[in-house]
Design a protein around this ligand. Structure first.
Ligand code: TZP
Ligand code: MG
Length: 210
């Protein structure tokens, strides 16, 4: 499972593009994973958007993760769900999910990352790694020292989320992240595909130099 470039769709940042169109442009630029995230949508509207993205990611061979909603993820045949502290407990989601279904967890420390693994998470995301304007309640960034500490303590794929840009992605990879999850650095750019391709290349170069 590759999480190198993990793009989160957000229509409020996406310059008028739909979730599915953002996903289409992101995977055209090499995104390995796409997460549908929309706190505004009803279950039905989220299901409709998720169904469209399911097709896009399936055709591209990219991973598809739904934020918050295990029910929607299961209903559309997504690859997984991303859960935070205010969502379903990981262990309960695990018991409802079929074998091979990916459960990702937002964490903010080594202790919460260790717990997420014990409960059955498949990857952990340090949230937020840096301060971000894309999530109202994100709080201050935890920073690269916490990222590296989680890397050393938790043998799971580690994703950095929050405030990742073309300017800092190399440092994030060097600090031990397996991948980066981004909104504004890709979804907020005029050319989503070119921005994805650029970030993907920077990640590959940084990994080669580790
Ligand atoms: N979860 C933690 S930070 C964040 C989410 C969804 C927002 C990331 O957006 P950006 O624009 O890449 O900082
Ligand atoms: Mg959540």
């Amino acid at each position: 499972m590759a999480y190198d470039l993990y793009v989160i769709t957000d229509e409020t940042i996406g310059r008028g593009l739909s979730h599915a169109e953002l996903a289409r442009r992101a995977v055209a630029g090499g995104a390995d994973a796409v997460q549908l995230r929309d706190k505004r949508l009803s279950g039905r509207k989220l299901f409709d958007a998720a169904s469209e993205i399911r097709e896009v990611t399936h055709d591209a061979g990219a991973l598809f993760i739904v934020n918050d909603r295990l029910d929607v993820a299961l209903a559309v045949g997504a690859d997984g769900v991303h859960l935070g502290e205010s969502d379903l407990p990981i262990g309960h989601a695990r018991r409802l999910a079929p074998p091979g279904f990916v459960i990702g967890a937002s964490v903010g420390s080594v202790a919460t990352a260790v717990r997420a693994r014990e409960e059955g998470a498949d990857y952990v995301a340090l949230s937020p790694t840096f301060a971000t304007g894309s999530k109202d309640d994100a709080g201050p960034g935890h920073g690269l020292a916490v990222l590296s500490a989680i890397r050393a303590a938790v043998p799971l794929p580690l994703v950095a989320i929050g405030g990742i840009t073309a300017g800092n992605v190399s440092d994030v990879i060097a600090a031990g992240a397996d991948g980066v999850a981004v909104i504004s650095a890709i979804v907020g750019q005029e050319d989503v595909t070119a921005a994805a391709r650029d970030l993907r290349n920077r990640i590959a170069v940084a990994k080669a130099g580790r």
